[in-house]
Ligand binder design. Structure first.
Ligand code: 4NP
Length: 189
């Protein structure tokens, strides 16, 4: 794995002392991985009592699917696991949006590089990361190099894998956010 992976990532402080903490999940098309991650993270946050404290959005770096719903196999994988993302509509992230978010989490290194290419200040660059850096089980010999592999156009197993990977990272991120925002971590009394 490239030597850029923190052992267990911590969340940056919020930009503002008021309002919700703002997270944007980013993939290429915004029809498979990032909307999956959005639905799963939102549910983890709700279970942890953080639904109001953290606002979750998603977007893609590409513009091919603007306004479309989730790609059917991705939507079906989520539905199979009990998540409803039928209201999703694909968006393309704009350079000017990056300053709005406390954390921008890319699904793979191509997305990460494209986003960081836009950023000139160190403060914003440090907020742009890979989602899976928050997976507490992420190992140095991770077979996916810390990424959520792109399942688009591939077999159903790719969508199941994407779900598993975003779920593990979303749970880790939720725990980190609970600590950072001074709220109880999930599962704690
Ligand atoms: P996503 O998957 O980035 O996880 O939404 C893709 C969706 C569409 C395309 C590529 C990846 N595409 O090339 O249209």
């Amino acid at each position: 794995m490239p030597d850029d992976t923190p052992a267990l990532d911590t969340v940056p402080a919020p930009r503002e002392s008021f309002g919700p903490y703002r997270v944007c999940l980013v993939c290429l098309g915004n029809i498979c991985r990032s909307p999956m991650a959005e639905a799963v993270l939102r549910e983890e946050l709700a279970r942890a009592g953080l639904a109001e404290a953290v606002r979750v959005e998603s977007a893609g770096t590409g513009d091919w699917h603007l306004g479309e719903g989730m790609f059917e196999p991705a939507r079906a994988e989520l539905a199979r696991r009990g998540y409803d993302a039928s209201g999703h509509r694909a968006r393309q992230i704009k350079r000017g949006w990056l300053g709005r978010y406390d954390l921008v989490l890319a699904m793979d290194r191509a997305n990460l590089a494209n986003l960081r290419h836009w950023v000139s200040d160190e403060g914003t660059a440090s907020r742009v990361r890979l989602l899976r850096w928050f997976d507490p089980a992420l190992a140095a010999d991770d077979p996916y190099q810390g990424e959520v592999p792109d399942p688009y156009g591939g077999p159903p197993e790719g969508y199941a894998l994407a779900f598993e990977l975003v779920h593990a990272a979303a749970a880790g991120l939720t725990e980190r956010l609970a600590r950072a925002l001074g709220l109880p971590a999930p599962g704690r009394p």
